[in-house]
Design a binder for this molecule. Structure first.
Ligand SMILES: Nc1ncnc2c1ncn2[C@@H]1O[C@H](COP(=O)(O)OP(=O)(O)OP(=O)(O)O)[C@@H](O)[C@H]1O
Ligand SMILES: [Mg+2]
Length: 203
């Protein structure tokens, strides 16, 4: 397979399987002798790791808009330090979450405003848009049950319902970029669809 730069993102609610599938995909592409760069956020850079510790500290009482801007700073650093150099080398870049997560979580579900976050992301990314976005779609109650205690599930589940439908709406409005995958199945069944979608676009 001929290698060319390709920017691929995984999106989806908490615990939908982004890290699991991104790791499987990275390994599978490496086995095909392709050059791969795998990043995630927040945390793909040293700045990202520091921001991650800020973002998880509740006592800071961060406003939602301030949170958007911190994620934005991390995203820009990740673009400059990791993503752009990798694309210049001709790598396939796998990112766990990108601008679409800010739109869905803080823009739509967090009420900062979809258009406001979209405009900000346009500036922050200098218009860098993924070649392919894989939406791992799942009922929040199923994904939260994989890793959270039952008490938090109902409350967080309602918020994530809104995030989930924001993602599905975005996928519907840009069908050339997005592929929606049913993530409520076994990891290997999900991965078959992930690999199909990726290989058909790399070919
Ligand atoms: N298809 C699956 N079926 C059952 N369990 C799964 C599946 N995929 C992943 N898991 C498990 O569910 C948990 C969450 O998966 P993972 O960390 O990949 O999700 P994520 O989308 O990266 O989560 P986060 O949003 O927190 O980064 C992990 O414990 C993982 O082992
Ligand atoms: Mg993850």
């Amino acid at each position: 397979m001929k290698q060319r730069p390709f920017f691929l993102t995984f999106e989806g609610i908490d615990g939908c399987g982004k890290t699991t599938q991104a790791n499987m995909l990275e390994q599978s592409l490496l086995n095909r002798k392709l050059s791969v760069t795998h990043t995630f956020e927040p945390g793909g850079t040293v700045l990202g790791q520091k921001l991650r510790t800020i973002l998880v500290h509740d006592e800071l009482n961060l406003s939602l808009f301030a949170e958007v801007l911190l994620f934005a700073a991390d995203r820009r650093q990740d673009i400059d330090e990791v993503i752009e150099p990798a694309l210049k080398r001709g790598d396939i870049v796998i990112a766990e979450r990108f601008a679409d997560s800010s739109v869905a979580y803080q823009g739509v579900a967090g009420n900062v405003g979809r258009e406001r976050v979209e405009q900000l992301m346009e500036i922050v990314t200098s218009g860098l848009v993924p070649n392919l976005t894989l939406l791992l779609d799942i009922d929040p109650r199923a994904s939260l049950a994989r890793k959270t205690d039952l008490d938090r599930i109902e409350q967080r589940g309602q918020f994530l319902d809104v995030v989930r439908y924001a993602f599905l709406d975005m996928a519907k409005s840009q069908p050339h970029r997005w592929v929606v995958i049913d993530a409520g199945r076994s990891a290997s069944a999900v991965f078959r669809d992930v690999l199909d979608a990726v290989l058909s676009r790399l070919a």
